[in-house]
Design a protein around this ligand. Structure first.
Ligand code: PLP
Length: 406
């Protein structure tokens, strides 16, 4: 493996991402300003991360104040801001305890470990398997890849981590058949984000809850993408009518500061005693200060009512785009500001045409284009985005003449 002459490379970053040829140097709310001065309307929010937009004054102030005091002390010591964040997240959810980490995959790893440990400490150590769903995405670590079960991501990385049984989304009979003596729980995203903005019916979630109760299984929700307001409530599970036992959070939790969390009921976390899990960086002072600032904004009265109002407005306008350009887009899906446009043309073409109109969006499975504006997006910015979308669709449409009359 030794090499005598290094190859000449354009970029020294490992080329695992197909990056667009644009770089940004500043952000303001829903806007990104490129290095060439161009302004882009950002409906990616860093893939559902910057829920409060870019450079939100309250977040900037919280991070700067903390940065000047103390960054990191490790989990050898008590972290009062972390205690406060955990208490607030539990107060606002079904959970009793929170574990802090640094990413979605890591939050999911913790969730998987909790599910297994719960069974082990309750005298059922043989139960270690989780039922998961086709189209799921749970992260890029070896275990979370196995949980997601997407062949294209697993290939070439050795034996698949054991312990996951995948069934079609929404297929209750398949779930029942998959429950066996080794089943520890069921893992599901309230909305599949990467999978193409898809969700099962609330009835399905109620049935899963019932199955878990009947068979002493844990119900695990991956809210890494849906959590922290993306679907119009603080957590998406609130709309399913059921509560999970364990929930993973990450993306918007730190408003752009890398952070994840695994929340659980006291019963589900009963086996997680000192030494059973950990993280060097998890919940460090910068992370928890920023996450507390995110909560300050989201928990203020009226925040989610506004998100829901904006969501209805955006969906209505998108429905009219679907009506006008049926040869470009065929459907609007999603909830809150997790919106998917089912494309007729290749989704990548639409994302590219939108980028030319300086509207940033992100692709997903099932040939869907995701619109993920920051939750603080204004009505005027929604109008602006829809005009850009209209122009991009007009360019891609094969029948422009018919529509000019509209
Ligand atoms: C993004 C995502 C993950 C992985 O998060 P990372 O921070 O990239 O590890 C896991 N689950 C869901 C539902 C996600 O959307």
């Amino acid at each position: 493996m030794s090499q005598t002459v290094k190859p000449h490379l354009e970029s020294h970053m490992m080329p695992v991402f197909a990056r667009a040829d644009v770089a940004f140097e500043r952000g303001e709310g829903a806007w990104l300003i490129a290095t060439d001065g161009e302004r882009y309307l950002d409906f990616t929010s860093g893939v559902a991360v910057n829920a409060l937009g870019h450079a939100h004054p309250h977040l900037v102030a919280a991070l700067q104040a903390q940065a000047a005091k103390l960054w990191h002390v490790s989990n050898l010591f008590t972290i009062p801001e972390g205690e406060r964040l955990a208490a607030r997240l539990c107060e606002a959810s079904f959970a009793d305890v929170a574990f802090f980490c640094n990413s979605g995959a890591e939050a999911m790893e913790a969730a998987i470990k909790l599910a297994r440990k719960f069974q082990a400490v309750n005298g059922r150590p043989e139960r270690y398997r989780l039922i998961t769903f086709e189209g799921a995405f749970h992260g890029r670590t070896l275990a979370t890849l196995a949980a997601g079960g997407q062949q294209k991501y697993l290939e070439g990385f050795g034996p698949r981590v054991d312990g996951f049984d995948q069934v079609p989304l929404g297929d209750l009979d398949a779930v029942k058949k998959a429950i066996g003596p080794h089943t520890a729980g069921i893992l599901i995203e309230p909305w599949q984000g990467e999978g193409g903005v898809r969700a099962a019916e609330p009835m399905f979630f109620r049935a899963l809850r019932q199955l878990c109760d009947d068979h002493k299984l844990v119900l695990v929700f991956d809210e890494v993408q849906t959590g922290m307001g993306r679907t119009g409530t603080l957590f998406a599970y609130e709309k399913t009518g059921v509560e999970p036992d364990i929930m993973a959070l990450a993306k918007a939790l730190g408003g752009g500061f890398p952070m994840g969390a695994c929340l659980a009921t006291a019963a589900a976390a009963a086996g997680m005693t000192p030494g059973t899990h950990g993280s060097t960086f998890g919940g460090n002072l910068l992370a928890v200060a920023t996450a507390n600032a995110v909560l300050d904004v989201m928990l203020a009265p009226g925040f989610f009512e506004r998100v829901q109002r904006i969501s209805v407005l955006l969906k209505q306008k998108l429905a009219s785009i679907v009506d006008r350009y049926p040869d470009v887009v065929s459907d609007v899906r999603g909830d809150g500001l997790l919106i998917g446009l089912k494309a007729v043309v290749p989704a990548g073409d639409l994302v590219g045409a939108l980028r030319q109109e300086k509207l940033l969006t992100v692709g997903a499975g099932e040939n869907v284009v995701r619109l993920l504006p920051p939750l603080v997006v204004t009505e005027a910015e929604i109008d602006d985005a829809v005009s850009r979308l209209d122009r991009a669709c007009a360019k891609l449409s094969r029948a422009p003449l018919r529509r000019e009359a509209v």
